[in-house]
Design a protein around this ligand. Structure first.
Ligand code: CTP
Length: 405
């Protein structure tokens, strides 16, 4: 169950060339389990058709013809009342003006006026219309009334001009929608710190020692914590992934930098989840200049890195000695999974550890799925079947929320 499962999203689409991107948004929302009802403005229908949206949502899409049909009352009141969120993407300057002034002359604007749910708008427009004081004042009015305004992106506009006015990419819109739906979740008002990725320890200015961690499980945990309403700090090494919308992101490379970031961010947090694969050893003296072939095979001396979890769990952590209320780690093992994980749970002073067998091809590093056993401080064990890293993350977040209760 994701934060989008069975949620009613009312998607308003207005007359911008970006209307074609709204079909992708409607499709992704539907795939994530949401029920998406679409209302097109007359101008939107110049770019896309109700059939476009019906085809991706599997539900009837509405237009202004429905405003005057037999079901008009049922539609505008009904759609507005059952929605969990009204998203207007793309939202033109014209529709923004109408919303700001309570005009209700189209099915979309009359529904927006009748709706009780939160309003989110993603302005998209060309030629400096976004910067115009009229648009900005209308947006301020809407913000003051509680609407969420997603800032348009800068870049190439349909006219050929370059400026602010592009509809953000679908994944970003989805991230904002998840944030809006999740803010009353089980971790509302909680602060969660997640680490992700594999640390990189420099050998010389061009080479690093790292590991196969992709960061996927950590990023999925950050997203699941956001979905549950938490305020999330994601401490991450360089990865190929896009951080979830709404997370405060702190970039680090080495184990030492990660330790410093964790000590700063985790103090007084409600939960710390160490999903990062942290190097246990680093080259004692990274070469100042590039190590050259002519010098022969280099002899590299290693030294141990600090154990981040042990440092955090130790008494007296932080200036005020405020260890996060729940500290969770991962145990990546290729043998004696449960025995090693139990030892780590104890020696690192954890409340919970997620043990995964990295020798399996469908679990662990760099794949989309994971097979995990959760071990708790009180001796409880829970074996999860093979599932996506997003599903694993949701379960871990639920268990952390239960420990925080
Ligand atoms: N970890 C940590 N600091 C380190 C190394 C690991 O905080 N210097 C954390 C990891 O983020 C993970 C847990 O400890 O949550 C276990 O990491 P893992 O690599 O499985 O274990 P290690 O303690 O490194 O032991 P070993 O490599 O010998 O199995």
């Amino acid at each position: 169950m994701s934060v989008l499962t069975n949620k009613h999203i009312l998607l308003g689409v207005t007359g911008s060339i970006a209307a074609y991107k709204a079909a992708d948004l409607a499709s992704k929302l539907t795939q994530a389990g949401a029920q998406v009802d679409v209302i097109l403005s007359a101008a939107a229908e110049k770019f896309v058709t109700p059939l476009t949206f019906q085809s991706v949502t599997g539900r009837r899409a509405y237009n202004d013809a429905d405003l005057w049909g037999n079901e008009a009352h049922v539609i505008h009141v009904g759609l507005g009342h059952k929605a969990d969120l009204l998203v207007i993407a793309p939202c033109t300057a014209n529709t923004i003006a109408k919303l700001a002034h309570g005009q209700a002359d189209t099915l979309l604007t009359v529904t927006a006026l009748a709706a009780h749910c939160p309003l989110m708008i993603a302005p998209a427009m060309d030629g400096g219309m976004y910067d115009h004081p009229a648009t900005q004042e209308n947006l301020d009015t809407l913000r003051k009334r509680g609407a969420t305004v997603i800032e348009p992106a800068a870049g190439h506009l349909a006219s050929g001009l370059v400026g602010v006015g592009r509809l953000p990419e679908t994944h970003e819109l989805l991230g904002h929608i998840r944030l809006a739906l999740g803010h009353t979740g089980v971790l509302a008002d909680k602060r969660v710190v997640v680490t992700a990725g594999g640390t990189q320890e420099p050998l010389d200015p061009v080479r690093v020692l790292t590991n196969r961690s992709s960061g996927k499980q950590g990023y999925a945990l950050a997203q699941a914590a956001l979905d549950a309403g938490a305020q999330v700090t994601l401490i991450t090494t360089p990865t190929m992934l896009t951080p979830p919308v709404g997370a405060q992101v702190i970039q680090v490379e080495t184990a030492k930098q990660m330790l410093a970031a964790v000590l700063k961010e985790a103090e007084g947090a409600d939960a710390l989840i160490m999903a990062a694969a942290v190097a246990d050893f680093r080259p004692k003296n990274a070469a100042k200049d590039k190590i050259k072939k002519e010098g022969g095979i280099p002899q590299i001396e290693f030294e141990a890195t600090e154990d981040i979890l042990k440092t955090v769990s130790a008494s007296g952590f932080g200036e005020a000695g405020r260890r996060p209320r729940v500290v969770a780690g991962f145990a990546a093992e290729s043998q004696s999974l449960l025995e090693n994980a139990t030892n780590k749970l104890k020696s690192k002073g954890l409340d919970m550890i997620a043990a995964n067998d990295i020798s399996a091809r469908d679990a662990g590093f760099a794949v989309e799925t994971n097979r995990i056993t959760l071990l708790f401080k009180d001796g409880r064990r829970e074996s999860l079947s093979l599932m996506s890293k997003a599903e694993v993350a949701e379960i871990i977040i639920e268990r952390i929320a239960a420990l925080l209760e």
